[in-house]
Design a protein around this ligand. Structure first.
Ligand code: FAD
Length: 501
């Protein structure tokens, strides 16, 4: 091994981020590198974070996790997308599905043909062209069946809704089995090298000292190393995303779990409903300028559809990102690196993708600044792209029933988002930037769902004769419906897997 190779990694924090990092790094790096994770039960974890996006499947696969085992151990349900209620205006309801709408035709995105048909009159609703949206409404689920060439069953895309604390425990078992050492205790001091300013070691309450070559800061909002010790600043995005509080509370499940998350807009924020096998997760994300904690809790309690199973968990945050997620020999992951509200369930994904990026740019003890700069640039771009997508939900609205909505509908937007909206309004085009996380399907679902209507569509969509267009659209919608009719109910699918959690 190179004498400059990293030999000791210290992971600070044992929330979702800490255990994801420890499990992935130990799996990939093997026992050549010692990994120690420090966490403090007295401080605890954020303890929410239940809805995910499909990419988590890749992370689980990297770890060699059997998906059925994972579903059983984390009380997971399957998720086909998110239902948004009351966002564009009160009374509206739309679905943001995973996967795609329809199928590409004549080399063009499907939605241009759908826009043309809508302008001609007589188009079916957009959801009829998404297997995810159609199945979600029918409360059905199955994994994609790739043996059915050309069938929509081959295009099903799904994620999970799970108990994040059970997931962290599950990852911990795997990480410890592959050699990660766990240390319980509160870190009270951080020692920096007087020369290069790198973190040398952390000291625990019992005076023990843990040294390392590379430190992964997963200490949550505190940012113990990246912020408190190294002073990497924070860029505040709360002028675009003013919600700064949440209250979460689980309740007893009263019906079969839905295969989707629901996000309902409220006067001063929005509420989530996430069905797990064991319970239903609920929360209210709100803006403290417009709603008190007591009012938020009362609003949340009124929305519970079963007896509460826990005391309310209040959380404070600020939307934004660290100027540098990687500074010197410290890489911040999870809440220590930035925060975007959980409207599109992206935080766990941002942890996963940061771990992948860290592995791509894995350092030796020279810590090449070009690699670090590259990592930071990519991290920032990723955060900005997700940020724009989340802002879209607040900005594309006609709601004016409260100060929050009046502010959001008229606030100045990031130029990147303003341009996208202008292009879509003009000719329906959706450019996916730089292989970004959210696809054309996602942008279309939210833009259309929240009432943005393009003036035109791609001119090449006119090349298909009208009769042929109608025939193809009817065929696609019928194929979706037939496929959904073949699927088992979500509950039947879960029953086949069984449950241990
Ligand atoms: P934490 O969970 O806060 O963990 C921090 C760790 O650091 C703990 O182990 C703590 O003990 C340790 N620590 C801190 N200080 C010290 C110290 N001095 N000494 C020793 N140890 C220390 N994400 C999604 O993907 N989907 C969702 O649906 C979702 N919903 C969310 C809802 C809300 C309201 C919030 C706030 C977040 C949500 N998230 C969601 C984000 C998700 O919860 C986090 O990304 C995830 O939990 C990662 O948290 P973390 O591990 O970074 O921090």
């Amino acid at each position: 091994m190179d004498e400059l190779a990293i030999r000791r990694i210290v992971v600070v924090g044992g929330g979702t981020a800490g255990w994801m990092a420890a499990a992935a790094l130990s799996r990939v790096l093997g026992r050549a590198v010692e990994i120690e994770l420090i966490e403090s039960e007295a401080i605890g974890t954020v303890g929410v974070g239940e809805a995910t996006i499909p990419h988590l499947q890749y992370f689980n696969r990297l770890l060699g996790i059997d998906e059925d085992d994972f579903v059983r151990r984390t009380a997971a349900t399957f998720k086909l997308g998110i239902e948004f209620v009351d966002w564009g205006r009160i009374g509206d309801r739309y679905f943001h599905p995973f996967g795609t709408y329809g199928q590409e035709m004549e080399g063009l995105h499907f939605h241009h043909f759908w826009l043309r048909q809508a302008q001609l009159g007589g188009a079916l609703e957009l959801d009829r062209f998404s297997i995810g949206a159609d199945a979600a409404r029918a409360q059905r689920f199955q994994r994609p069946d790739h043996s059915r060439a050309g069938s929509p069953l081959g295009t099903i895309s799904y994620a999970f809704q799970f108990d994040a604390s059970l997931y962290a425990r599950y990852l911990r078992e795997r990480a410890e089995a592959s050699g990660v050492r766990r240390t319980e205790g509160r870190i009270v001091d951080v020692a920096l090298d007087s020369g290069n300013g790198h973190v040398q070691a952390v000291t625990l309450e019992d005076s023990s000292r843990v040294a390392g070559d590379l430190f992964i800061d997963c200490s949550g909002f505190r940012g113990l190393l990246i912020s408190k010790a190294l002073g990497a600043g924070f860029e505040d995005w709360s002028h675009w995303l003013p919600c700064d509080r949440a209250v979460a509370r689980a309740c007893r499940r009263t019906t079969d779990p839905l295969p989707y998350t629901r996000a309902t807009a409220k006067a001063a924020g929005w509420q989530w409903r996430i069905p797990l096998q064991s319970r239903t997760g609920n929360g209210y994300v709100y803006c403290s300028d417009h709603l008190s904690d007591d009012e938020a809790l009362a609003g949340l309690n009124a929305a519970l559809d079963g007896d509460p199973l826990s005391e309310p968990n209040f959380l404070k945050f600020k939307a934004g990102v660290r100027h540098k997620a990687w500074d010197r020999n410290v890489v911040a992951l999870g809440l220590a690196s930035g925060f975007l509200e959980p409207l599109e369930s992206t935080s766990i994904h941002l942890i996963q993708s940061a771990i992948a990026r860290l592995l791509t740019n894995f350092p030796d003890r020279r810590f090449n600044q070009h690699d670090i700069d590259y990592y930071n640039r990519r991290t920032r771009v990723e955060y900005e792209q997700v940020r724009d997508f989340i802002i879209l939900h607040y900005a594309a609205t006609t709601r004016d029933d409260s100060p929050l909505w009046r502010y959001c509908r008229s606030m100045a937007l990031p130029t990147s988002l303003e341009e996208r909206i202008a292009i879509f309004r003009e000719n329906g085009r959706l450019y996916r930037h730089d292989n970004e996380l959210f696809s054309e399907t996602s942008w279309l679902a939210v833009m259309h769902g929240q009432g943005l209507v393009p003036r035109r569509y791609h001119p090449l969509a006119d090349l298909l004769p009208e009769g042929e267009l109608d025939k193809r659209m009817t065929h696609i919608a019928n194929a979706m419906r037939l496929a959904v009719d073949r699927m088992p109910s979500h509950q039947q699918f879960l029953d086949q897997i069984g449950r241990t959690a």
